[in-house]
Design a protein around this ligand. Structure first.
Ligand SMILES: Nc1ncnc2c1ncn2[C@@H]1O[C@H](COP(=O)(O)OP(=O)(O)O)[C@@H](O)[C@H]1O
Ligand SMILES: [Mg+2]
Length: 406
């Protein structure tokens, strides 16, 4: 069953049923529905303008589900937390150390992050299925000694491929969709670097302190908790060094303390542990073995790149930096693009092929570099902008090569 998310404005006091009814009416008449679409402009439908921030359609939704009266859809309604990240810190007279960063979910900071991360091979869909299955099994009180799952995910791959963002977005998305079941959802990002600070000798205690807080939150059955341990290689590296005798054996104790805490979290079936690593080969087996899902996140393919650029160009068209409003075909129409050379879309596809090898992080900077370095005016035609993007990509490749050859 596919989901439609209604994000209610914080000031709105309308009931869920009323919101759903109005959204159904709006969607029924709306032209230009497409899977994964985020709708935030409701034209003259005042009820929605006053009460709803956005409507997000499932990335797999079928247009026929909406046309036939929205009966087969799952509706979720939620508000966004606007407080932003809260830091848990350790402080003395000359240093402040962040132990963890906490978000109440769903958070305004993470709104639409999921939708803007583009992957192939159903990576995002599989993560959602993993969450659903986990919660289904725990709702049915499946015996962990018979079928085990640790509720731990490891995303690994080159830097800049969106792993950290994907973990945050995943937490936000699952919390949003399960708003009715779990009224209190949190994302707790552990700063693993803090364990190797000047308070290093206290690290064992710090780990216990960090996890004691997580355990407190998880005791409440209405809580859903996501713990993000980013770049676990920094922990794992310390452990390997310690094993080979080049680092003080204290660091091995720290890492083992973290692993022990992770193991203890397994008994809470409302806790997900999300980990990332930028190093694909050398991930500590202790982390690899504990993860239920070990997902490699690759550099984006030409088609995914096209989609990322497409969203960037839509944004520039929206604000008028690219003007007049020309049409670029979405990635779903790539077959059409391939058979129509010399169109703007075909040029974009060509630039996408040229960009293979760049990370998602770099791709999202290319339009900025194009404007900053290769255009001297505040408004350009689509074709002019595309040519500037091509130059920005070439310059980026050249600059990277010259650094690497040094
Ligand atoms: N596959 C992708 N699709 C869209 N944007 C991406 C993608 N990969 C990376 N990005 C962009 O790069 C930014 C930084 O990614 P980040 O999560 O820090 O990567 P990593 O943790 O793998 O180094 C993201 O917030 C996003 O804007
Ligand atoms: Mg990262």
């Amino acid at each position: 069953m596919f989901t439609v998310e209604i994000i209610q404005k914080n000031a709105s006091t309308e009931s869920k049923d009323e919101l759903i009814k109005n959204c159904q009416q709006f969607l029924h008449k709306y032209e230009g529905i497409s899977p994964g679409k985020v709708l935030s402009d409701f034209n003259d439908f005042d009820y929605l303008t006053n009460n709803v921030l956005s409507i997000i359609l499932d990335e797999k939704i079928k247009i026929s589900d909406i046309e036939s009266g929205c009966h087969n859809l799952r509706w979720v309604v939620y508000r966004l937390d606007g407080f932003g990240p809260q830091e848990d810190v350790l402080q003395d007279s000359d240093e402040v150390l962040t132990l963890s960063t906490n978000w109440i979910l769903p958070s305004a900071d993470l709104h639409c992050l999921w939708e803007n991360l583009i992957y192939e091979n159903e990576i995002k869909q599989n993560l959602l299925k993993f969450a659903e299955t986990t919660l289904l099994f725990s709702a049915n009180k499946i015996d962990q000694n018979i079928i085990s799952s640790n509720r731990m995910v490891l995303l690994h791959g080159p830097p800049g491929t969106g792993k950290t963002s994907l973990c945050r977005a995943f937490a936000h998305k699952v919390a949003a969709r399960l708003r009715d079941r779990y009224t209190n959802a949190q994302l707790i990002e552990i700063n693993s670097h803090s364990l190797f600070s000047k308070w290093f000798s206290e690290s064992g205690k710090l780990v216990t302190k960090m996890f004691a807080h997580i355990r407190d939150v998880s005791e409440d059955v209405n809580s859903l908790v996501f713990v993000l341990i980013d770049e676990v290689e920094s922990l794992a590296h310390a452990r390997t060094q310690a094993l080979s005798g080049t680092e003080p054996s204290d660091s091995i104790r720290v890492v083992n303390a973290v692993l022990t805490q992770i193991d203890q979290m397994c008994k809470y079936n409302n806790v997900f542990i999300l980990t990332t690593s930028n190093m694909t080969e050398a991930i500590d087996l202790a982390f690899v073995n504990r993860a239920d899902i070990k997902q490699f996140i690759a550099l984006p393919s030409a088609h995914a790149i096209y989609q990322v650029y497409y969203t960037c160009l839509q944004e520039l068209l929206r604000v008028g930096i690219i003007s007049p409003r020309d049409v670029i075909l979405p990635h779903t129409a790539l077959l059409l693009v391939e058979t129509h050379p010399n169109t703007d879309s075909a040029v974009l596809l060509e630039i996408s092929h040229l960009s293979v090898g760049l990370s998602g992080r770099t791709l999202r900077k290319i339009p900025f570099l194009a404007q900053a370095l290769f255009l001297n005016k505040n408004k350009s035609s689509l074709r002019e902008f595309l040519e500037a993007m091509r130059l920005a990509v070439l310059k980026h490749i050249e600059d990277t090569n010259s650094i690497e050859s040094k």
